[in-house]
Design a protein around this ligand. Structure first.
Ligand code: NAD
Length: 465
């Protein structure tokens, strides 16, 4: 356990936090736009003024290279700025165009009201963007919010706990630390919305617990996100971009390219391209200190990945080395069968299985036999192939000719479909997630004569009128 492990929040502290936030939400503390804007600015200051501490903490948890930590924090800052810039517009009540002449004067309006006191449960792999990112949406929407980061990333949980207390309104935003018992206690309480990011297995537990209070839930889950190399793909660029995506956080990324469907006749050429870029990315090997190659989160996950590699019937092309510091080199495995051990579950590690296929028909069939992925990465310049994937497969996102760059388009909704989750966040979609659309009409007293026929008694004259 890390020396910087935050103390777990006790059940009575959790109850007090819940009560405190509910009371403050009830009196309207978090609603004014000026308050929300101020808190978002404070969250921005929290990041900007503490970059070294934030970077050091994810380095301690995951050996995350500085460039990747900075990218994560820059993404968070962009989200904060975007929310501040657009808050006024997002929160503005919307007049509704009413068709019926008679109802045009009823002031049909949709008000954007905060859902209430909300809970964000986050994973360990990108602790800042996945805990504080949803918090941005909650603040923007005028909610009070508890954040529960993962106990598996203790240093980043510790730094977030300390800084949120220091920078944000203590009466409206809090961090609860802990593992399963603490999260279970949180889930026994009533929340107005729960946004969960993590595994499908835990997501189902969270959903069931929230259902007891009829609480709406957003589930951001994982899954096996495939890469599809079409016949016409630029193999060199595809190899470079796939390897780059796979290398992020040592493959521990929800939108990591999990495995690759490659035309059988092109597998060798694709491997040549992968090896060329492998040597360029890690010229002295991934374990050389200049490579700044990160760690697997904990020994059980390290062992899980090693076991998968021992059990695979595919052929090792490159990598597969591991060390006592929870690292595994980027690993390429070829001729992997669709029912191989590497295809059982989301890999969540630096292993890239290549599955040779005969044609796009076979690829589509194999994708549809799997759970619905968070994203499909398709490498092609063919409009026809793109349309086929769009129309005949499902996924949270479809990305053409790149990996992971969908995360940079903050204006788009982000989320999965079925097995990979439901609900959306990022930008305006985070605001919407934590907002209730409250419909409103105001019926003029003067409309009474026109309405007279609706009242009891239901006489025959009224039917005939
Ligand atoms: P996890 O489900 O084990 O844990 C997530 C959170 O749930 C943690 O805070 C943890 O403390 C809590 N938790 C764990 N077990 C629990 C239980 N039984 N009851 C209540 N709470 C519990 O997930 P993880 O290992 O932290 O994260 C990895 C997973 O998250 C991968 O599947 C990955 O694909 C997914 N993920 C998805 C996204 C996305 O945006 N869709 C982003 C990142 C990670």
């Amino acid at each position: 356990m890390s020396s910087t492990h935050p103390p777990y929040t006790t059940t009575s502290e959790i109850d007090q936090i819940h009560e405190r936030l509910r009371n403050n939400f009830r009196v309207g503390t978090t609603r004014p736009l000026n308050y929300r804007r101020r808190q978002l600015h404070q969250l921005g200051r929290l990041v900007q003024e503490n970059l070294p501490a934030l970077e050091a903490a994810v380095n301690e948890d995951l050996g995350k290279p500085r460039l990747e930590a900075v990218t994560e924090l820059n993404g968070l800052m962009s989200g904060i700025r975007y929310a501040i810039d657009n808050l006024e517009e997002w929160a503005r009540p919307e007049k509704v165009e009413v068709v019926d002449d008679f109802k045009k004067e009823w002031d049909a309006t949709v008000y954007k009201v905060p859902q209430g006191v909300v809970l964000v449960i986050g994973p360990w792999n990108y602790p800042y963007i996945l805990n504080l990112g949803p918090l941005v949406g909650a603040i923007a929407a005028g909610c009070a919010c508890v954040v529960k980061p993962s106990e598996l990333a203790p240093a980043s949980s510790q730094v977030m706990t300390h800084l949120i207390t220091q920078y944000l309104d203590w009466d409206a935003y809090a961090v609860v630390n802990g593992a399963i018992p603490e999260t279970a206690h949180l889930l026994d309480l009533r929340w107005d919305h729960v946004l969960f990011t993590g595994s499908g297995r835990t997501g189902r537990i969270v959903s069931a617990a929230a259902a007891k209070h009829a609480t709406p839930v957003t589930l951001e889950l994982g899954g096996k996100s495939p890469v599809v190399i079409a016949d016409d793909a630029d193999l060199d660029l595809a190899a470079k971009r796939v390897l780059h995506g796979k290398g992020q956080n040592s493959g521990q990324l929800c939108v990591c390219p999990d495995h690759v469907y490659v035309p059988r006749a092109k597998q060798d050429a694709f491997i040549d391209a992968l090896l060329k870029h492998y040597d360029a990315f890690w010229p002295k090997g991934a374990f050389h200190e200049e490579a700044r190659w990160g760690k697997i989160i904990n020994p059980p996950h390290h062992e899980r990945l090693r076991n998968l590699l021992q059990r695979t019937k595919g052929e090792l092309v490159k990598g597969g080395e591991y060390d006592g510091d929870r690292r595994i080199t980027p690993t390429i495995v070829k001729n992997v069968a669709p029912d191989d051990s590497l295809m059982e579950d989301e890999l969540f590690g630096p292993i890239l299985p290549l599955i040779p296929v005969d044609d796009i028909e076979e690829t589509i069939r194999l994708i549809n036999e799997q759970t619905v992925p968070l994203v499909i990465y398709l490498f092609t310049n063919s409009e026809d192939v793109k349309q086929q994937l769009l129309e005949r497969t499902n996924s949270g996102t479809l990305v053409i000719n790149d990996t992971i760059s969908q995360l940079a388009v903050y204006e788009m909704p982000f989320g999965g479909q079925r097995d990979s989750g439901h609900g959306r966040w990022h930008g305006k979609y985070s605001f919407n997630t934590f907002t209730h659309l409250r419909s409103h009409i105001s019926v003029p007293l003067a409309a009474e004569p026109v309405m007279s026929s609706r009242y009891m008694p239901y006489t025959d004259e009224k039917y005939e009128a």
